[in-house]
Design a protein around this ligand. Structure first.
Ligand code: SME
Length: 161
């Protein structure tokens, strides 16, 4: 596939996801290297959705998330299971939507500009294998539209883990 994304920058958020996810699926379907695929996934999300920060934390050892491919300002490199939003999503194995990071107990502020976030797990062999973290510099920037489409994306990513 050509290394170019096609999307309408003026489309609604839902329509952008609808256009983008099949293109990401096609892009990663022809490559088996996990790092290369995760790097392209975050680049595609950043380009199409203009997220402030988007990146993966990868499960290393039993209880530790380590920073993986991302786009945006530099970030914390290690997050223990149960710590912050990412560590909570790792522990619970489910999506966490945070409309206001200051109201989330234990939130880890990698950037003081981050105001809201959505964090989603992907699974391999029934265990959390990695976390997708998307941060916004606006309060209350993520909703069930993001959750629905990003969860669909995580199922696509799982096919390549
Ligand atoms: N805010 C996250 C940490 C990761 S950074 O935002 C990139 C958390 O509380 O887990």
């Amino acid at each position: 596939m050509a290394e170019q994304l096609f999307f309408d920058p003026n489309a609604s958020k839902a329509d952008k996801y609808q256009e983008l996810i099949p293109q990401i699926e096609a892009l990663i379907s022809v490559e088996d290297d996990v790092t290369a695929n995760l790097a392209n996934v975050v680049a595609a999300l950043k380009q199409a959705m203009s997220f402030f920060w988007v990146g993966f934390y990868i499960v290393r050892e039993e209880n530790m998330l380590v920073l993986g491919p991302f786009q945006g300002p530099i970030a914390c490199t290690r997050i223990p299971k149960g710590r912050g939003v990412c560590g909570a999503a790792f522990e619970q194995g489910q999506t966490i939507l945070v409309p206001d990071v200051d109201a989330f107990p234990g939130h880890i502020a990698c950037s003081s500009d981050s105001k809201s976030e959505i964090v989603l797990p992907a699974f391999k062999d029934g265990e959390v294998a990695l976390i997708l973290d998307v941060d916004s510099d606006q309060l209350n920037d993520f909703d069930e539209v993001d959750q629905q489409h990003l969860e669909r994306l995580m199922r696509v990513i799982e096919t390549k883990l």
